[in-house]
Design a binder for this molecule. Structure first.
Ligand SMILES: [Zn+2]
Ligand SMILES: [Zn+2]
Ligand SMILES: [Zn+2]
Length: 148
C-alpha cells in the first residue's frame, strides 16, 4: 500500500516544518500525494469522512502557510490544493510551474517539470508569486476524445 511506504517521508516533512505528527495530517498528506491532480477541499471531505470540516480547513491552511501545499484554481474558480516541491518554505512558495486546467474533467494538474520563464514586471510591481494556467484536454480526456 502506498500509505505505509510514504508515512516515514510525511512524518519527516511534518517534523521539518515543526508541525505535530497527527493522524489526520498524515492522512491528508498521503491522500494528496496519491492523486495526480490537485484536490479541492470538498473533494478531500468526501474522501475522508472521518476528518471534520473545521479540522480539515485548519490542516490545509497550516500546510499552505508552511510551504507544504499550494493553492491552484480550477475553471469553476474553486481552490484546489497540491503538494509543493521541496524548495518551498514558510511564507515563500516557489511553485513556478505550469498548471493545466482540463476543460472536460475540470481537474487541475501541476506540471512540475514545466518551469515558468523569468518574467520581468514593469517598475513598481512587486510580485509575490506567479501562477500560469493552460487550458485544454488532459491525457485522460484527450484519449477519450480520440476513441469517439
Ligand atoms: Zn509551494
Ligand atoms: Zn481531463
Ligand atoms: Zn502546482
Amino acid at each position: 500500500m502506498i500509505q505505509t511506504r510514504d508515512t516515514q517521508y510525511f512524518e519527516h516533512l511534518l517534523d521539518k516544518h515543526r508541525l505535530k505528527k497527527t493522524a489526520p495530517r498524515l492522512r491528508v498528506l498521503s491522500m494528496m500525494s496519491s492523486r495526480n491532480t490537485a484536490t479541492s477541499q470538498p473533494d478531500l471531505e468526501n474522501l475522508m469522512h472521518d476528518i471534520d470540516r473545521v479540522t480539515l480547513y485548519r490542516i490545509l491552511s497550516a500546510f499552505e502557510e508552511k510551504g507544504i501545499i499550494h493553492k491552484v484554481f480550477d475553471l469553476n474558480g474553486t481552490a484546489n490544493y497540491a503538494l509543493c516541491s521541496s524548495n518551498c518554505t514558510e511564507h515563500h512558495h516557489h511553485d513556478e510551474h505550469l498548471h493545466f486546467n482540463c476543460v472536460q474533467c475540470k481537474n487541475v494538474y501541476c506540471l512540475n517539470d514545466m518551469n515558468l520563464p523569468a518574467i520581468n514586471l514593469p517598475a513598481g510591481f512587486e510580485p509575490q508569486g506567479f501562477t500560469i494556467y493552460a487550458n485544454g484536454l488532459c491525457p485522460k480526456c484527450s484519449k477519450k476524445a480520440v476513441k469517439k
